[in-house]
Design a protein around this ligand. Structure first.
Ligand SMILES: [Zn+2]
Length: 384
């Protein structure tokens, strides 16, 4: 396997982190599957592995509320989780995001992975950092939400804000990145860009093109609402057009990219888009071509072998390596049958995003971004 990579690519790698990520009910065992495929493909030779650590209480409280942290600490040692059933609803727990045993430990481990990845970019000279165990974009300040117990992304961005002036967050998950958008809705230090499935009753219901942020952050939230059946070509086309406008107006100095893979065809939770890994690698390459410090994170992705295929293809693309033609022999080979190929094939389903619709969305975003352009210009002339 050849590598033409000259970048220092940090890969957050810790057994403890994978074990904690593996016990999230909807992605049970996924972190191990992804990591073992990375190892089997020989990609570790092209990455700089960095161990994770636990997030400190201060780092968790940089984003999460005191009330939520107190609750997590209180239930951490509890053997009887049912005893907390009434309180847990208050913190978004129950139903699809059940209370886990040792919840505070879990939050420290998962949060710590992305905080360490952020530190690699701010203080150890890495140009790119990868943490496939991170990307929990729905968690809110006051509690868990949509399978996400801790907003590791907000914590990582806050850490990066200590060094970088303007951070662009790009969310490729099928669902709107509401937790991260809410975290930074009122600041111009972070621009959030989310492309997602949107329509009546579609979780989490936010993220229309008119959803632009508030106060000082007004127009610094960019949303690309998409209909069912999005194909690789539609996604890459709108991604390229919107990111180009965002880079022209905002000129970020660092990037954070959530690579939720539930937009892949065959995802049992997403079930709406018709993407292949090509979309993810093409869009990642577009972002990397800007040459900015970049943090890549995981997220959704509930067809576990396909998510592993996608993130391993992304890892190879980021590190500038080629993947073998087929999934190599390793302990989890059986998960990739019956074809053992890396490609995720699209279906023949209809793409409901017409050219007219995409053009109208790009047009509205262009209009919204004019406000950012004016504000950025007046700020830079004030500094002179
Ligand atoms: Zn999702």
């Amino acid at each position: 396997m050849s590598s033409n990579c000259t970048k220092k690519v940090v890969y957050i790698d810790s057994k403890h982190l994978r074990k904690e990520c593996d016990r999230i009910p909807q992605v049970n065992g996924r972190a191990t599957l992804v990591h073992e495929l990375i190892v089997a493909c020989g990609l570790l030779n092209h990455l700089t592995p960095v161990p994770s650590r636990l997030a400190t209480e201060e780092e968790i409280s940089s984003f999460h509320s005191r009330l939520y942290i107190d609750f997590l600490q209180q239930v951490n040692e509890s053997d009887d989780l049912e005893a907390h059933e009434d309180e847990q609803e208050e913190f978004g727990l129950g139903y699809d995001t059940p209370l886990l045993s040792r919840m505070y430990d879990h939050v420290r481990v998962i949060g710590g992975g992305s905080v360490v990845a952020a530190e690699a970019l701010t203080s150890s000279g890495a140009e790119v950092a990868i943490n496939w165990c991170g990307g929990w974009h729905h968690a809110q300040r006051d509690g868990a939400e949509g399978f996400c117990y801790v907003n590791d992304i907000a914590m990582a961005i806050l850490k990066m804000c200590k060094k970088f002036q303007r951070i662009l967050y790009v969310d490729m998950d099928l669902h709107h990145g509401d937790g991260v958008q809410n975290a930074f809705a009122s600041t111009s230090r972070v621009m959030t860009l989310s492309l997602h499935h949107h329509g009546p009753g579609i979780y989490p219901c936010s993220g229309d093109v008119t959803d632009v942020g508030i106060s000082n952050g007004r127009y610094y939230a960019v949303n690309v609402p998409l209909h069912e059946g999005v194909s690789d070509s539609t996604y890459c086309d709108v991604f390229q057009k919107v990111t180009e406008k965002v880079f022209d107006t905002y000129r970020p100095d660092a990037l954070v990219v959530q690579c939720g893979a539930d937009g892949l065809h065959g995802d049992p939770v997403g079930c709406a888009f018709n993407l292949t890994s090509e979309t993810y690698t093409t869009c990642a390459s577009l972002l990397l071509s800007r040459g900015l410090p970049t943090l890549f994170l995981g997220g959704g992705g509930y067809n576990l072998p396909n998510t592993a295929r996608c993130w391993v293809a992304l890892t190879a693309a980021i590190a500038g390596c080629k993947l073998p033609a087929e999934v190599p022999e390793h302990d989890f080979l059986g998960e990739y049958g019956p074809y053992f190929e890396f490609g995720v094939q699209p279906s023949l389903r209809k793409d409901y995003n017409t050219k007219e619709y995409i053009d109208s969305i790009v047009q509205q975003i262009t209009e919204n971004l004019k406000h950012v352009e004016l504000k950025e210009k007046s700020q830079s002339s004030e500094k002179r």
